[in-house]
Write a protein that binds this ligand. Structure first.
Ligand code: ADP
Ligand code: MG
Length: 693
């Protein structure tokens, strides 16, 4: 073990209690101290003339005590008047000991540090750090003073002393913290050397601008942030390599089966769908697992693409499975796949967590003995008691709800056949390319960038909820014309029960107002079979109006629905609104989305609603979403480690993202041996968690 990998308890004066506090800061071994960067800095490298101080300045002042007295203001305090050759300032102590009081004799020389503020006697410093000095040639600090993120009961001075100790060890043994980025790469990417960066950030020379440092703009911070982003990318690529070391079934293109499937469809594929299918075919034909993300806006027709890929697997004598994030969506896929595949003689099975008893046993048996060629379900599909006979392709729909871990867990599903399934991940959340390359470095990306023809863009309006009666009339006339409508109730409380009650009340009100309509209700507390019945009835046109909670968010497809009312849209994020709105505008009829908001709106809410009115473009909306909520939120913390970085900040360092992939490429080509240690340095325990799946 190198001296820096040792636990902090090896440092002088670090016992159990202190180690526990350090652990809270993510500091376990000595090297962690080196990467525990300051939040901000103080400048104690010079003595500031009192006359040049402004309120709010943090500074060192030095002068002679002109007077010291205990004063009775609103609170009793010890007031010291300190003067230098330029002016006078007060030091004020609300807590003081008699000994302290004794120290402050007029004429004594004092050096003090603190924040000057306007007080009762002019500029004052409350509770400054100070020392009495006999000799004013006493040196000042020779570097900016770091202020570290800390935790209760751990003082800055203590933390600084520990970091000093860590640097002593580093000086004694510089190889203990290797520079993994070779000189040539550092030159090419203009990156300063590691030890110098750490030193520059913990002990910045006096001429460094503290604001610039704290804003993360210093080249040293940027180098460390880039190294961290690089480590994340390397770890995702590692995941990819691990998966791809396994064999996968090389699948034929299944053209016969696919041709029969296509002739059944009432439409032909778009150019974008065909292009993405070609990309998938190439992947599927190889004998190692495909890892591909297909991005496509809501309604771009991802399901058909998934079905085509599934047919390749089935033609290759394998099974295919599609996993959806919600019961409703899984049920809908089940219905689509059955309608498409049963005429081709392919058995489709359905498995969800709610399937119980004998039905569950039967379904599992059909999956295990291979009778079920196509399996549709929720995440229940990938639980450990589900065994496939020979899973060739796993499709994960609406990926933003799943994570790297689930993707890795899929490897196990191949065990029985000795082969790992190909993986196709589909998402309607388009994210900008550079971010995608960092967040999904383990996946290849294809984009369906075209909507099927004949769609008229949804027209979106925002209205205050006092215009509800008008909306009711609008529903009446749309339904009289044979159209269908959604009424979406958004979450009021973080309680599903209350949300469902609210939806029930809305259904009742609408039923009173629109007695001639058939109105259905779906919410999260209904049994899957009940939900499926209602959705089925809506899809068949037996219901005119569907009142729903946000459970219909993803994927539900009813082309005849041309009107959607979203109640209290201000409660939802942009992506969610876009997903919801994507339920309409699926046919050729002009569709409308009414955002029925409750005034007054916050600034953010106003901006979100106006983005929704202005555009139907999922990529544009995703970019706005990114700007409003930030990448951590948009990507979700579950699926990416990017949200928990030590130094890098996706927002602040967005411009670094484009350099990560070329840097990773160059490093892997020239110095592949640096990859593992970099991953260990930045991801530590997490890295081994990914690695061992
Ligand atoms: P999403 O990409 O949001 O999952 P779906 O796969 O649910 O979209 O497709 C939306 C609708 O578009 C479905 O009704 C589907 O049958 C239809 N569709 C898919 N591809 C085409 C196409 N090439 N031409 C016309 N309609 C299509
Ligand atoms: Mg879909």
């Amino acid at each position: 073990m190198s001296s820096l990998n040792a636990p902090v308890t090896e440092l002088k004066g670090v016992g159990e209690a202190l180690a526990i506090k350090l652990e809270r800061l993510g500091i376990a071994q000595i090297s962690d101290l080196l990467f525990h960067l300051p939040l901000r800095y103080q400048d104690r490298t010079r003595i500031t003339p009192i006359a040049s101080l402004r309120s709010g300045d943090e500074a060192v002042v030095e002068g002679k005590i002109a007077a010291a007295e205990v004063v009775q203001g609103r609170r009793r305090s010890l007031l010291i008047r300190l003067s230098d050759t330029s002016s006078v300032i007060s030091l004020r102590f609300f807590y003081f000991s008699p000994a302290q009081q004794q120290q402050f004799q007029p004429g004594t020389q004092v050096r003090a540090f603190g924040e000057a503020r306007a007080g009762a006697t002019g500029l004052e410093i409350y509770h400054p750090e100070y020392r009495l000095i006999s000799d004013s040639t006493l040196p000042v600090e020779d570097h900016l003073t770091p202020i570290y993120p800390t935790t209760a009961g751990l003082h800055q001075s203590r933390l600084r002393a520990l970091i000093d100790q860590a640097f002593e060890r580093l000086d004694a043994n510089p190889e203990a913290l290797p520079e993994w980025l070779p000189e040539r790469l550092r030159q090419r990417f203009a990156l300063p050397e590691l030890h110098g960066c750490l030193r520059a950030l913990h002990y910045p020379p006096p001429e460094t601008d503290p604001e610039h440092l704290a804003a993360g703009q210093h080249p040293a911070t940027r180098r460390l942030a880039l190294e961290e982003l690089l480590a994340h990318q390397l770890s995702l690529r590692e995941v990819r390599l691990r998966i791809q070391q396994d064999g996968a079934p090389a699948l034929p293109d299944g053209r016969n089966l696919q041709a029969r499937f296509l002739t059944q469809l009432p439409f032909s594929l778009t150019g974008a769908q065909r292009r993405v299918l070609d990309e998938l075919r190439l992947d599927l034909a190889t004998a190692y697992p495909m890892l591909r993300l297909v991005q496509g806006d809501v309604g771009s027709g991802k399901t058909v693409v998934a079905a085509m890929a599934a047919l390749s697997a089935i033609a290759g004598d394998c099974q295919a499975a599609i996993m959806a994030p919600t019961e409703i969506l899984a049920e809908q896929h089940y219905r689509s796949f059955r309608a498409w595949f049963e005429p081709l003689g392919i058995d489709v099975a359905w498995l969800s967590g709610k399937l119980k008893g004998k039905q569950r046993l039967d379904t599992k048996a059909a999956i295990q003995d291979g009778r079920a060629r196509m399996v549709v379900g929720t995440h229940a599909l990938f639980q450990s008691d589900v065994h496939f006979q020979r899973l060739g392709l796993a499709i994960i729909d609406e990926q933003h709800r799943f994570g790297v871990h689930q993707r890795l867990a899929l490897r196990e599903k191949g065990e029985a056949g000795g082969l790992t399934p190909h993986q196709l991940v589909m998402t309607a959340t388009p994210i900008p390319r550079t971010l995608a390359m960092s967040a999904y470095a383990d996946l290849d990306v294809s984009v369906i960038d075209e909507l099927p023809p004949g769609r008229t863009p949804v027209k979106t309006v925002a209205m205050p909820d006092e215009r509800r009666p008008e909306i009711t009339e609008r529903i009446r006339s749309a339904c009289a014309d044979g159209r269908q409508a959604y009424w979406v109730c958004t979450l009021i409380e973080e309680s599903e029960a209350l949300q469902c009650q609210a939806a029930e009340a809305t259904r009742d009100e609408l039923a009173d107002a629109l007695p001639e309509l058939n109105i259905g209700l779906v919410h999260g507390r209904m049994k899957p079979a009940e939900k499926a019945d209602v959705m089925g009835a809506f899809k068949e046109g037996e219901l005119d109006l569907l009142v729903a909670t946000t459970v219909i968010e993803v994927g539900v497809d009813v082309p005849n629905a041309s009107l959607m009312i979203i109640e209290n849209p201000e409660r939802l994020g942009l992506s969610q609104l876009h997903q919801l709105r994507g339920r309409v505008g699926r046919g050729s009829i002009a569709s409308f989305c009414v955002l029925l908001y409750h005034p007054p709106l916050s600034q953010h809410a106003k901006r979100r609603l106006s983005v929704m009115r202005e555009t139907n473009d999922g990529f544009r909306i995703a970019e706005e979403d990114l700007a409003i909520r930030g990448p951590g939120e948009v990507l979700g913390t579950r699926q990416t480690g990017l949200a928990h970085m030590k130094i890098a900040d996706l927002e602040r360092d967005a411009d670094l993202l484009s350099r990560v992939t070329p840097l990773a490429d160059a490093l892997l080509a020239q110095h592949p041996q640096a990859s593992q240690p970099l991953i260990r340095r930045w991801l530590g325990k997490e890295a081994s968690r990914y690695g061992q799946v």
